[in-house]
Design a protein around this ligand. Sequence first.
Ligand code: ZN
Ligand code: ZN
Length: 70
Amino acid sequence: MVGYCPICGKPVYFGEKKRSLGRDYHPLCLKCHQCNRQLTAGQHAEYDEKPYCSHCYLKKFSPRGTAFAL
Ligand SMILES: [Zn+2]
Ligand SMILES: [Zn+2]
């Protein structure tokens, strides 16, 4: 079964897929939408179906004044 990468829309084949948060990505596509840093499958945040590193996610979406310890 072939999944489709939510980033580039192309098929992701079994040998190359990186599965994270219920979606299949190409290894090169699994990067932060904000800073383009490569992400580790299962260890990143997601917003609006786009992957973000936790740093950008908190910067972008956390309520002002909320303290997070990572
Ligand atoms: Zn892709
Ligand atoms: Zn980032």
